[in-house]
Design a protein around this ligand. Structure first.
Ligand SMILES: CC1=C(CCC(=O)O)c2cc3nc(cc4[nH]c(cc5[nH]c(cc1n2)c(C)c5CCC(=O)O)c(CCC(=O)O)c4C)C(CCC(=O)O)=C3C
Ligand SMILES: [Fe+2]
Length: 420
């Protein structure tokens, strides 16, 4: 037991005689997307990603060329190996002796294999951490479903539990690397003779179907703008980055920065509406509006994986070159120490008591923090009902009462407002 857990078990935070639940996590489970490790892996990987998702074959063939052009190897697995090591070290440095395990949704090491090994090693209560910072089916529930299905397929339901760290797009340590990168890119533009007014800052994230965006989060969590939580969260994160960059560039005498949010990596059939505008169309329109340069900020992503490297550094950079636009792409958090510190903070907040409802945890943005447990209407799967973990509606998936002192009563969760 860590010192944080011991303290939690002894504190009556509510002052009502109720002792906080000691959730007793014995490992962190870093959950990655997964990517191919060589040319022969590319098509099997793409089939894993798109199974049952209605993505046209032409799109798979096209995307396979992106991977092959990069040698058939996605950098994402190596990035997650580094993140795993660095997070484990950061936790150790803080006196938190939690191993960090790593499993993927779409490629080896597959989650069911990792869970089988974890159970054999005696782990019983895992705190999941997705390499995805926002709310939506693709970025939250799909990870939780893969936890639930991996527990089911390995026969570990009831023996191993997996909760999940809340979406962390609102953490200053996640946004800080984007702030620095954007300010540095703007200074580069100025050193090449552009003025701030010549440059458009274009934030990018993964496009998702409009229908998925509309049900990405509940309307009671500050999701006032069209597109649900997914779009709202990206706009809030981008606004914060712009505010911080403006402050960092104060020595330039007060500049007003022009920015917008664009989408990348669309993959559905043309008949299906996905979030727009596409980054390449935005480059054309800002050029038409008289801008001479762009700074592209992939605020939707945690590491520089293939969707960033191919879709931005190859495709968008090429579009910009054709238009004669100055182009800089800002790097993602990766293993930036501030991002690692934010993730370690999020692990530690879960070691010291009950799951919390929306809005209670810390946030660096003018939106309430997401809940520790997702509500049924959060990050909805429009296609199927699957077993999940880390949600109010999946609290019954594994009988917490089997673990003395660790039961989370669904009625109490509901009463606490978690997921409303
Ligand atoms: C929201 C979101 C994130 C961010 C959150 C997160 O990080 O999880 C993300 C990340 C990623 N997406 C990735 C790769 C792919 N995504 C695809 C397809 C899709 N992505 C979607 C959404 C997202 N995707 C959606 C709605 C689809 C359509 C199919 C479906 O409804 O599920 C396809 C299929 C081919 C195609 O592009 O059409 C591929 C190959 C990689 C790995 C890169 C590497 O290998 O380095 C990463 C990190
Ligand atoms: Fe969610």
């Amino acid at each position: 037991m860590t010192s944080g857990q011991a303290a939690a078990a002894a504190t009556d935070t509510a002052g009502d005689g109720h002792r906080p639940v000691d959730l007793g996590y014995d490992a962190v489970l870093l959950a990655g997307f997964g990517g191919p490790e060589g040319p022969d892996d590319v098509m099997p990987f793409l089939r894993n990603v798109t199974r049952g998702r209605g993505i046209p074959d032409e799109r798979l063939v096209e995307v396979s060329h992106h991977y092959r052009a990069l040698g058939g190897v996605s950098p994402i697995n190596e990035q997650n190996r580094r993140l795993r090591r660095a997070l484990e070290q950061e936790l150790q440095r803080r006196g938190v002796e939690l191993p960090v395990l790593w499993g993927n949704r779409n490629w080896a090491p597959y989650l069911p294999d990792v869970l089988t090994d974890a159970a054999a090693a005696g782990h019983r209560r895992l705190l999941g951490l997705a390499t995805s910072a926002y709310s939506s089916y693709s970025s939250c529930r799909q990870y939780r479903e893969d936890f639930g299905m991996a527990l089911a397929s390995t026969g570990l339901v009831g023996r191993v539990g997996i909760d999940k760290i809340r979406p962390y797009y609102d953490q200053p340590g996640f946004l800080a690397p984007f702030v620095d990168g954007t300010a540095a890119a703007l200074r580069d533009a100025l050193s090449e003779g552009l003025t701030p007014a010549d440059v458009e800052i274009v934030f990018t994230t993964h496009s998702i179907p409009d229908a998925m965006a509309d049900v990405s989060g509940s309307a009671t969590l500050g999701d006032h703008r069209p597109g649900g939580a997914y779009v709202t969260q990206h706009l809030a994160a981008a606004e914060s980055v712009i505010g911080q960059v403006t402050a960092e560039l104060a020595d330039l005498g007060g500049t007003s920065l022009s920015w917008q949010l664009a989408y990348q990596s669309r993959s559905g059939p043309p008949s299906q509406p996905w979030l727009e505008p596409d980054i390449n169309d935005v480059l054309t329109s800002v050029h038409g509006a008289g801008r001479r340069g762009v700074v592209v900020v992939p605020i939707g992503f945690v590491s520089d994986h293939v969707e960033v490297v191919w879709d931005l550094d190859h495709e968008a950079a090429e579009t910009a070159e054709e238009l004669g636009l100055f182009f800089r792409r800002v790097t993602t958090p990766g293993t930036d120490p501030r991002f690692l510190a934010a993730l370690a903070d999020l692990v530690q907040e879960r070691l010291t008591g009950d799951p919390q409802p929306a809005g209670v945890r810390s946030t660096g943005l003018p939106l309430p923090a997401r809940p520790d447990f997702c509500a049924p209407e959060c990050c909805v799967n429009l296609r199927a009902v699957r077993p999940t973990t880390a949600a109010v509606d999946s609290a019954a998936d594994w009988p917490r009462t089997e673990f003395p002192g660790c039961d989370v009563d669904p009625a109490r969760l509901a009463a606490s407002g978690i997921g409303t």
